[in-house]
Design a binder for this molecule. Structure first.
Ligand SMILES: C=C(O[C@H]1C=CC=C(C(=O)O)[C@@H]1O)C(=O)O
Length: 388
């Protein structure tokens, strides 16, 4: 689970020269993978007929075209076999461009130099308990009035980091805490570093087929809970069922009706448990256009914004009171060895200089209780909050 010394040195050199990188560990694996871009951030279509090389996609919740993402290009690639450099046609063992050469030179002996955010951008505004509970109350009123069926509210909590913090150590600790999550550190020199330990797939596309999931409903439990004994109140069952309905509709919108459903089942993520249904379909007939269509239909799911989608997004923009940034958007490697894995950006922290902002939220339905919703967000801060 340790980030190898060579990768540490290289990522520390990338951070020092203000190059964006993404580092991640996939669910239920132990290896770290990373991509470093030598040319800043770009924008790329996620599903396209031709991709030359892998990139790491990161996108906001309110993006206009969900198939078009901010991208960290793979000029340098790290995986369990070591470091590789893109030579314009393939990955090779030796650096080719001047940027790649100087990055490699600078990475000499940097294993112990911590990676920190040097961003000067100001963090998002925190929401206090009273304001958050009023927001939840307002959502319940909207739902009771029949304007929406569900809304997902969120907030931020800001904390100070110890002066000697190291983002790579933090990523390692989060990965150890969340073995079944997708854990990522996305280092963006300007807009901050994002540390994520998400349990939710938005869209996984491999040569075998596609997977997505409806993950919603949250309860908090002690260590090593017996998942078979956890009961679910009606309100939480409804909250998750709405997400499942939404996903069924997204498949149907793309003319796909032969998908398989597994669940709902109780799954754990650190101190929390959720209800999860997996949706699976073979790759037959799913070309890049249809995958792009599916991504557009899915993102953002009603697990992160609400239902129906347009008024929910409008309402949150108006009343949530802060900018979500990349939280509740998606992120993941694109075209990495033939597969694309996009995860919902949840259990998220943004690191800006010496401050860390924890982003947390929860689904609101007609029966939601504001005080319980506040506590749910407090429990969610513990996932990333416990590794600071
Ligand atoms: C918006 C969040 O959670 C979503 C995903 C899973 C469970 C959720 C819930 O129980 O409300 C939310 O829909 C968050 O964790 O910040």
């Amino acid at each position: 689970m340790k980030i190898p010394g060579g990768a540490r040195s290289l990522l520390s050199a990338a951070a020092d020269t203000d190059l964006p990188f993404a580092l991640w560990r996939r669910p239920d694996t132990v290896h770290w993978e990373a991509l470093v871009s030598c040319n800043g951030m770009t924008k790329r279509p996620v599903f396209a007929k031709t991709h030359k090389r892998p990139f790491f996609a990161i996108n906001r919740v309110d993006v206009e075209d969900a198939n078009f993402a901010d991208a960290i290009e793979g000029d340098v690639r790290l995986d369990k076999d070591g470091v590789k450099f893109w030579n314009g046609a393939a990955y090779g063992d030796d650096p080719v461009s001047d940027h790649q050469k100087s990055l490699l030179e600078l990475s000499d002996d940097r294993m112990d130099v911590p990676v920190q955010s040097r961003s000067k951008v100001e963090g998002p505004l925190a929401t206090d308990r009273q304001t958050y509970e009023l927001l939840v109350e307002r959502c319940v009123q909207q739902i009771k009035a029949g304007r929406m069926r569900k809304l997902v509210t969120s907030r931020v909590e800001n904390r100070a980091l110890p002066p000697e913090y190291d983002l790579l150590d933090m990523a390692e600790r989060l990965a150890a805490k969340l073995p079944s999550a997708f854990v990522a550190l996305v280092h963006l020199p300007e807009t901050g570093s994002w540390l994520v330990g998400t349990p939710e797939i938005l869209l996984s596309s491999t040569p075998d087929g596609v997977d997505t999931m409806a993950l919603a409903g949250t309860q908090w439990v002690g260590p090593d809970p017996d998942l078979r004994n956890i009961g679910w109140p009606d309100g939480l069952i409804e909250e998750q069922a709405l997400v499942s309905n939404y996903i069924r509709r997204a498949f149907l919108e793309q003319g796909i009706d032969d998908f398989e459903e597994i669940g709902p089942r109780t799954v754990s993520a650190a101190n929390l448990v959720h209800l999860r249904t997996i949706f699976r379909r073979s790759a037959d007939g799913l070309d890049a256009d249809r995958l792009a269509g599916l991504l557009r239909s899915l993102h953002p799911t009603s697990a992160v914004c609400g239902m129906p989608k347009p008024p929910a997004i409008e309402f949150l923009k108006r009343f949530e009171g802060y900018d979500r940034g990349y939280y509740t958007g998606y992120l993941g490697p694109v075209d990495w060895d033939g597969s694309t894995k996009l995860y919902v950006n949840l259990r998220t922290a943004q690191i800006l200089g010496q401050e860390i902002s924890l982003y947390v939220g929860g689904g609101i339905v007609e029966t939601s209780n504001p005080a319980r919703e506040w506590i749910e967000t407090v429990e969610k801060t513990k996932t990333v909050g416990s590794i600071i």
